[in-house]
Design a protein around this ligand. Structure first.
Ligand code: HEC
Ligand code: HEC
Ligand code: HEC
Length: 189
């Protein structure tokens, strides 16, 4: 019974966290973001900053302007699919990223000051989980790059098991320089 209680508690906790994280980064991108973020008192200024930077960048990117209208939202790339995953993410990555890097950021200038660290953390998360969020939409075997360079590199990626982020960084946000840590992963292939 104790175990059941514990599981119940964990599920409730995970749900709560899911909700919190959802509010923080899972708001609908299109027009939702502004409304959601700006009306959200407990996000304070951080959310305005996110709207003015990363969310705006996503809107302009190839992922924000797809022909089919399938538009990934923050959570699609930044939060694991399952509840337990979301919970683990919260503990390990997202909370870390949010509480130690992004929280309390009040201005775009302040955000630009921490962007390099934030980008690096997200990239290293993708390395660690083999770009699992990318794979929730993209099936490697089915991707057909238009140009020869892409076709060639995709053959290499499959042969050497290279994960998406190693080649597809600077995907939807403003470009950030590569850290030594990430550079080492890239040059390990
Ligand atoms: C919610 C689904 C979804 C997720 C998650 C997602 N994508 Fe995409 N991606 C798309 C759609 C839709 C397109 C538009 C092209 C298309 O319809 O095939 C696209 C296009 C692309 C393109 C071509 C356009 C470009 O920007 O060069 C690349 C490369 C790409 N995705 C890589 C990734 C990588 C790497 C990740 C993980 C960091 C990722 N995607 C996550 C749905 C997704
Ligand atoms: C070894 C490097 C490498 C890896 C690893 C890699 N890609 Fe690519 N990918 C490329 C290159 C280069 C292109 C061509 C880009 C271009 O022509 O603009 C490409 C093209 C694409 C395209 C199609 C864009 C188009 O319309 O031509 C998608 C979608 C994509 N990659 C998604 C992914 C996803 C998702 C993963 C991981 C499952 C992945 N790639 C892993 C290098 C890589
Ligand atoms: C298609 C996948 C994708 C979507 C959708 C996406 N991101 Fe990202 N995000 C990334 C990747 C990949 C990085 C790692 C940095 C890089 O190489 O671009 C990143 C990095 C970040 C960073 C670190 C700073 C930076 O500029 O790199 C923040 C903060 C962030 N994302 C927030 C968001 C928010 C908020 C949303 C929704 C408005 C969002 N992201 C939507 C893929 C995505």
């Amino acid at each position: 019974m104790r175990v059941l209680k514990w599981i119940g508690g964990l599920a409730g906790f995970a749900a709560l966290i899911g909700l919190t994280v959802g509010v923080l980064v899972g708001a609908p991108v299109a027009d939702g973001v502004d409304r959601y973020f700006s009306s959200n008192k407990f996000c304070a200024n951080t959310c305005h900053v996110m709207t003015a930077t990363v969310a705006a960048e996503l809107k302009e990117s190839a992922h924000g302007t797809t022909k089919t209208g399938v538009v990934p939202q923050c959570k699609d790339c930044h939060i694991s699919e399952n509840l337990l995953g979301a919970y683990v993410d919260h503990i390990k990555g997202t909370r870390d990223l949010y509480s130690s890097v992004i929280k309390g950021i009040d201005t775009v200038e302040e955000f630009e000051g921490i962007r390099f660290d934030a980008a690096n953390r997200v990239r290293m998360d993708f390395v660690a989980n083999d770009s699992e969020n990318c794979r929730s939409c993209h099936v490697m075997e089915k991707i057909q790059p238009e140009r020869t360079r892409g076709q060639r590199q995709h053959v290499e990626a499959k042969e050497k098991n290279i994960t998406c982020i190693v080649c597809h960084y600077d995907l939807v946000h403003k470009s950030s320089p590569l850290s030594d840590e990430f550079e080492a992963v890239v040059s390990s292939y």
